[in-house]
Design a protein around this ligand. Structure first.
Ligand SMILES: Cc1cc2nc3c(=O)[nH]c(=O)nc-3n(C[C@H](O)[C@H](O)[C@H](O)COP(=O)(O)O)c2cc1C
Length: 361
């Protein structure tokens, strides 16, 4: 295999390798996939303004997240069912994240259990992504297990009362291959039963979830809670008011409602509202380090990647995920150097402009 040198190359190779069912599930967005295209394309609407002659010989790429120093502002977003990409699935991701010292978020609907993920990488920083099930006892039990296994934060996904209209999955009648299981659940009722993921979600997830459920969660866990899927200033304000520990600006990889703003478009609106009250995390369309620079300049504290990790897994398991992260790290260090910043805190709003700025001059 010739050396892959960018996240785009990993994607291309993975899409050649993956079977159609899994490939479509990982790749697809909602509806006509307009927001999916925008998630990528809208980074091109921003222009970086590099500063020169700043002595960038010593650079510090680290950030402080919940009182822990993290070497790079790059983390792993939760993606479900990673064993469809590689037999080692979430275990490989956890080990890669540990070796590369990045935060990794693991999905409720993973193919490896909370406990097995923790055992694979006991000392890494793991966050648990939570869906709220109709059965609140079961939901609470997931939280307790994540706490006991040493997960350091809960990432509550708030944009998925149902799953979006994913036409490729409809066409394929997407369901998990029978040899895999949703490993966080023993109960056969909570398996997919060959019925397809949308039916599973409609049966099990609670469409009635509201801000009261966030309060409910905050009342029984001491873990920091991050709301994933905030796309407007109004919701960002409610999140701050409630006292959550952080929010993630994300349109769920454009898999929920089509025609939403891209994640990067929504970021500036949310950041203007939140300012420094709570940390803003970001995902959606990050494929190279200049994307990270732009997102940080627009107000994100740290960026996460979803599909690129799955594609790294598909290409080369743990080694593939590590390589994907290493590529981004190298690119990010170089981008900081060339943009004229010595540390991440120097990346501020002045560093990028919308491209229209140049037309108005
Ligand atoms: C295959 C796949 C599965 C996903 N599964 C979950 C999930 O279980 N929970 C969740 O909150 N988000 C899930 N997401 C959304 C990701 O966490 C993330 O928001 C998105 O992938 C970021 O965009 P990117 O893929 O362009 O980096 C999934 C995304 C993909 C592509």
């Amino acid at each position: 295999m010739s050396k892959l040198i960018s996240l785009d190359e990993y994607e291309k190779r993975a899409l050649e390798i993956l079977p159609e069912n899994a490939r479509d599930y990982y790749q697809s967005g909602a509806g006509n996939e307009k927001s999916l295209a925008w998630n990528r394309a809208d980074f091109s609407n921003f222009r970086i303004r590099p500063k020169v002659l700043r002595d960038v010989s010593k650079r510090d790429t680290s950030v402080n997240i919940f009182n822990t120093k993290i070497e790079f502002p790059i983390g792993i977003s939760p993606t479900a069912m990673q064993k469809m990409a590689h037999t080692d699935g979430e275990t490989a991701t956890a080990k890669a994240a540990a070796n590369e010292n990045v935060i990794a978020i693991f999905s409720t609907i993973a193919t490896t259990s909370i406990e097995d993920i923790a055992a694979a990488a006991p000392n890494s920083i793991k966050w648990f992504q939570l869906y709220i099930y109709r059965d609140r006892k079961l939901t609470e039990n997931l939280v307790r297990r994540a706490e006991a296994a040493g997960f350091k934060a809960l990432v509550l996904t708030v944009d998925a009362p149902l799953f979006g209209l994913r036409r490729r999955d409809l066409k394929n009648k997407f369901s998990m291959p029978p040899h895999l299981k949703l490993a966080n659940f023993q109960d056969v009722v909570l398996s997919m039963d060959g019925s397809g993921i949308n039916e599973y979600v409609a049966r099990q997830f609670d469409q009635s979830i509201s801000w009261d459920d966030v309060k409910w969660l905050m009342n029984f866990t001491n873990l920091p809670i991050i709301l994933k899927g905030i796309m407007t200033k109004e919701d960002a304000r409610l999140a701050c008011k409630l006292g959550v520990s952080g929010i993630m600006v994300s349109n769920h990889g454009a898999r929920q409602i089509d025609n939403t703003a891209s994640s990067i478009e929504a970021l500036a609106e949310v950041a203007a509202e939140v300012k420094d009250e709570i940390p803003i995390f970001f995902d959606g369309g990050i494929r190279e380090a200049t994307d990270i620079l732009i997102a940080l300049a627009l107000g994100a504290k740290m960026c996460f990647i979803g599909r690129p990790v799955v594609y790294g897994l598909a290409c080369a398991g743990q080694e593939g995920v590590e390589d994907v992260i290493r590529i981004l790290k190298r690119e990010f260090d170089l981008a900081m150097c060339l943009a004229g910043v010595k540390n991440v805190s120097e990346i501020n709003r002045d560093m990028v402009v919308h491209k229209n700025y140049y037309a108005r001059l």
